[in-house]
Write a protein that binds this ligand. Structure first.
Ligand SMILES: Cc1ncc(COP(=O)(O)O)c(C=O)c1O
Length: 396
């Protein structure tokens, strides 16, 4: 008997031929209770930057556990790690640690509201910023203060909305990863920055996915646009619960005790996660991992694109760095895939056929594929599967 409500803990529908009894992970694989290994192309929603069960992360967490792993007092590591982040992330004049991406976004919006004395939030169609009431636009309940939405990469529409001066903040992912992987068009983020400056609107880059996956300073560093506030999670502690809200002193100081905006959380700044975060940054410092996974991303995108042409499929591959999306029924998706007439039926067939070959892709094309260095060992197998599955799709 399955006592989980609805049998799940996530809203993402899981295909019938996916394993539902995973007991372990190892490098590029997840392993089910029968010992069957599957190549993982979802990698903990992007959190597992080094793949499953990385040895150095295991060593660090074991050491940390021996020293005691949770305290109600201030720890040395929270101060040390905030200083590391201050040096790495362009907007991080001040830093606060929380536990999940949703927490960090909720705190950022709360601070923006206090700073501007405005209530409304502007975001983008197809964006996802967590489960809290300020950001959930539909999903069954109509909350009073749901955000207004514009289209990602539509500069004119976005600027027009910001210029109404109605909004406490505009929040978006600088590279959309929740509507397929959609990079910003040249000039889009810069135009948002300028409009937010002119209207005293807080610009929030949600880097829960892109942070530490793209580079050590986030997409804000890659594109040279510094937001007022930013949120980080997922890859920062490679799958342990940790999130960050950081940004301008004048806004972060709205939080208690310098200000009166409430901020709390039992597991905020968890020492185990901070120890892993500290290690992860050292592992990434020389840039070698990022260049390896970007190379892998370029290789796979180019292979998939050639295969699409070879079999003349109505499909596309899109992405940047170590992130990509395969979609059917469209040739690109500049404003995010949720704004395109993509073909979910063919995508379902693709996912099913890949799972038959023991390769697990995200069940929805709105979810991004994430590569880690551990995929290097299995890249030929992944490419071979693409070739076979695309041929079968062509012959449907
Ligand atoms: C961009 C973005 N922001 C916020 C969140 C929410 O993070 P969490 O699920 O840790 O609450 C997610 C989760 O996928 C995300 O992708």
């Amino acid at each position: 008997m399955n006592y989980l409500s609805g049998g799940v803990n996530s809203p993402i529908p899981i295909p019938k031929n996916f394993p539902n009894n995973i007991i372990a992970g190892e490098g590029p694989y997840v392993i089910d209770k029968n010992g069957q290994k599957y190549i993982d192309m979802w990698m903990g929603y992007g959190a597992l930057l080094f793949g499953h069960a990385d040895k150095e992360i295991i060593q660090t967490t074991s050491k940390c556990l021996k020293n005691g792993w949770f305290f109600s007092y201030q720890t040395k590591i929270e101060k040390d790690f905030s200083s590391v982040l201050h040096d790495l992330i362009p907007c991080a004049e001040r830093v606060r640690f929380a536990t999940t991406g949703s927490d960090a976004v909720a705190y950022a919006i709360r601070a923006a509201r206090a700073y501007t004395s405005r209530d409304m939030v502007l975001s983008v169609v197809g964006g996802y910023h967590g489960v809290h009431e300020a950001m959930i636009a539909s999903e069954g309940i109509a909350f009073k203060n749901k955000p207004d939405l514009v289209h990602f990469n539509n500069t004119k529409e976005s600027i027009k909305a910001i210029k109404t001066k109605k909004y406490a903040c505009m929040i978006l992912e600088p590279i959309m990863a929740n509507s397929g992987c959609t990079p910003p068009l040249p000039g889009y983020l810069q135009a948002l920055r300028k409009a937010c400056d002119e209207t005293n609107t807080v610009l929030i880059f949600d880097e829960v996915v892109t942070g530490f996956r793209i580079n050590l300073g986030g997409a804000q560093k890659k594109y040279g646009v510094t937001p007022d506030l930013s949120t980080f999670s997922k890859a920062i502690a490679c799958g342990l619960p940790l999130s960050v809200v950081c940004g301008k002193v004048s806004i972060l100081d709205k939080f208690i005790p310098t200000g009166n905006v409430f901020f709390a959380g039992t597991f905020n700044a968890h020492p185990l996660s901070l120890a892993v975060g500290t290690l992860v940054i050292e592992m990434l410092r020389d840039g070698k991992i990022h260049s390896r996974i970007t190379k892998l991303g370029n290789r796979l995108r180019s292979f998939i694109s050639n295969s699409i042409n070879k079999y003349d499929l109505n499909a596309c591959v899109q992405g940047t760095d170590s992130m990509l999306t395969v979609a059917f029924g469209c040739k690109d998706f500049v404003h995010g895939i949720s704004n395109e007439k993509f073909n979910q039926k063919t995508y379902d067939i693709f996912v099913k056929k890949m799972a038959e070959r023991k390769i697990l892709f995200p069940p929805l094309p709105t979810e991004t594929v994430f590569l880690s260095p551990v995929h290097e060992a299995v890249i030929e197998k992944i490419e071979k599967a693409f070739d076979e599955v695309f041929l079968e799709i062509k012959n449907l």
